[in-house]
Design a protein around this ligand. Structure first.
Ligand code: ADP
Ligand code: MG
Length: 593
């Protein structure tokens, strides 16, 4: 028998293990969720690969997960018939942290900087495989990959800096394919090995896993058996004195153990929307996307006709952490299934434009080939149609939030994702009509509450033609802008664009409901009150003054003109009609640095 080889954990793993063993005490039960989710991932991978390599399924083992718990010994085994791991994969996967979820957890932990680790974090992020050590002294992973003839055993103990790998030699333990985890529970955690407890946890945590999960349960079979009647009784009955032997039946319960299907495997998106409760959607969302807050909106729909697919979309309650990922989203937010088989969640604009990448959801199509590749996705007409429909549904969903009676709902949304929609104005001209009603800005008449474009239009004065705005770096500087004077006098409302991207967004929109967006800081602002005669007079009267000023300022200004747009300020510097506004210039300068 070849000896077991010892390996050291990567430093991050050691740190994580230390934390798990010594600091995280509550919420231990998430270990089962994490391990089942790994089993489910492994089955997904196998099912996906088998589409192009049917040979992988040669062993004809069903794709399922089986959990056996023995309360006396405190041992739990979790077996899946998934893709398994080769020797090298055992080293790579279970000795290092490559995976984003766990890395995210560590970062959050560091950020939270709390001495004792925040126990809530583990529920939010999960720590993947290592959560086995929340409850176990020892973990043994025996795995058979179709890529290898041999089965290997990984063995690790809580509180050790190394693990070992050896070949599986016990023929009784050989798997046709897949992975078996054996958890040797800590003394205090043996309670998890109660079959009923396991059953409850599976129901609670893994109801949306799309592979059958069987748990080993004690069953009772009710049987009617025939028994001979008590002879003394028979004597009493027999009136003729003859002791007749009568037969009687008795009900007994025969105990035995067997596998019991413990989860519901029909994906939630295949169910009729009417029959799914909000709680179920929320649970599905949280479990599928590893979220801890309920979504603020969801939309479950089927499209028919040219392209058929089912989908559930969600709007998260919070924006993803990290600043610069709007246009470079790395989050795996949309999961694509083809005929219920998970295909991929690694998209870059194929199913959703990037600016909408904050939307999470599942999409299941019957029209795509199972072996759909990135290239096929990019070329596919079907995918293009799907994308269009998904985008439309996403906007309907967001519009739904904006129409909520509770104004705060949309304010929260806007705070989190307003920026995304503004990028949409710049990036997605095709959907301007859908984005524009969702925009919100402050104005000179509403500095506390943001207004929609529709609200602005409602407030417009009868003689007002355009939608006015001024871009500034803060509400204060917008409020004090001399450009406002004339408009304030006329009681025209002016949007305050204070987010650097606002101006560009509005610039791209150009107009809304046939009303132009007009920058009040630009030259020749027309407020519809031009008096040409008077202007001509003024121009003549001050022509020499203007010339003089222009000469003094030289190249610093393009021209000096008489204007009717001020009330109390003597002069103002404006941008040329075709030039950038000062705000924009500031922006461009900032970006070129
Ligand atoms: P994650 O699942 O987020 O990748 P984990 O720590 O849960 O992180 O698991 C680490 C890796 O170990 C997985 O990505 C996978 O490659 C491998 N793995 C874990 N459990 C199994 C399993 N049951 N079958 C096959 N591979 C597994
Ligand atoms: Mg995992």
């Amino acid at each position: 028998e070849p000896p077991a080889e010892k390996y050291e954990y990567q430093a991050e793993v050691s740190r994580l293990m230390d934390l798990i063993v010594h600091s995280l005490y509550s919420n231990k039960e998430v270990f089962l969720r994490e391990l089942i989710s790994n089993a489910s991932d492994a089955l997904d991978k196998l099912r996906y690969l088998s589409v192009t390599e049917p040979g992988l399924l040669n062993d004809a083992v069903d794709l399922d997960i089986r959990i056996q718990a023995d309360k006396d010994s405190g041992i739990i085994t979790i077996t899946d018939s998934g893709i398994g791991m080769t020797r090298q994969e055992l080293v790579d996967c279970l000795g290092t942290i490559a995976q984003s979820g766990t890395a995210k957890f560590l970062k959050a932990l560091k950020d939270s900087k709390e001495a004792g680790a925040d126990n809530n974090l583990i529920g939010q992020f999960g720590v993947g495989f290592y959560s086995a050590f929340l409850v176990s002294d020892k973990v043994v992973v025996s795995s058979k990959s179709p890529k290898s003839d041999k089965q290997y055993v990984w063995e690790g103990e809580a509180d050790a800096s190394s693990y070992s790998i050896r070949e599986e030699t016990d023929t009784e333990k050989l798997l046709p394919r897949g992975t078996r985890l054996t958890l040797y529970l800590k003394c205090d955690d043996k309670g998890f090995a109660h079959p009923e407890r396991i059953q409850k946890l599976v129901k609670n945590y893994s109801q949306f896993v799309s592979f059958p999960i069987y748990t080993w349960q004690e069953k009772g079979l009710t049987k009617e058996i025939e028994v001979d009647e008590d002879p003394s009784e028979a004597k009493k009955d027999g009136e003729d004195g003859k002791a007749e032997k009568k037969k009687k039946t008795k009900t007994v319960v025969e105990k035995y153990w067997d596998w019991e299907l413990t989860n519901e495997t029909k994906p939630i998106w295949l169910r009729t929307p009417k029959e799914v409760t909000t709680e179920e959607y929320n649970e599905f969302y949280k479990k599928t996307f590893n979220e801890y807050l309920d979504p603020i909106a969801s939309s479950h729909f089927t499209t028919e006709g040219e392209v058929e697919f089912r989908s559930i979309l969600f709007v998260p309650a919070v924006a993803p952490s990290g600043k610069d990922d709007i246009m470079n989203p790395k989050s795996k937010n949309i999961k694509l299934y083809v005929k219920r088989v998970f295909i991929s969640d690694d998209f870059d604009g194929e199913l959703f434009p990037r600016y909408l990448s904050f939307i999470k959801g599942v999409v299941d199509s019957n029209d795509l080939p199972l072996n759909v590749s990135r290239e096929i996705l990019q070329e596919s007409r079907i995918v293009r149609i799907m994308k269009k429909r998904l985008v439309r549904k996403a906007f309907d969903m967001i519009l739904g939030i904006s129409m909520s009676k509770n104004r705060e709902d949309y304010e929260k949304f806007w705070e989190n994702f307003g920026k995304h929609l503004k990028i949409g104005c710049i990036d997605d001209h095709e959907n301007h009509k859908r984005i524009a009603p969702l925009l919100r800005f402050f104005s000179n008449q509403s500095e506390e509450e943001m207004l929609s474009l529709d609200e602005y239009i409602e407030n417009m004065k009868p003689e007002q033609k355009d939608i006015y705005y001024i871009a500034a770096d803060s509400l204060t500087s917008a409020r004090h802008s001399p450009f406002l004077e004339k408009l304030a006098e006329k009681e025209f409302e002016v949007f305050f664009l204070v987010d650097p991207i606002d101006e560009l967004a509005v610039h791209n929109l150009k107009s809304y409901k046939e009303k132009k967006f007009v920058d009040i800081s630009k030259e020749d602002l027309d407020l519809g009150d031009k008096n040409e005669e008077k202007e001509k007079e003024f121009k003549q009267e001050f022509a020499r003054t203007c010339d003089w000023i222009k000469k003094r300022l030289g190249e610093k200004v393009a021209s000096v003109q008489v204007s009717n747009r001020l009330n109390t300020s003597p002069c103002v510097i404006v941008a040329g009609k075709f030039g950038w506004s000062p705000n924009m210039e500031r922006l461009m300068k900032a970006q070129s640095m």
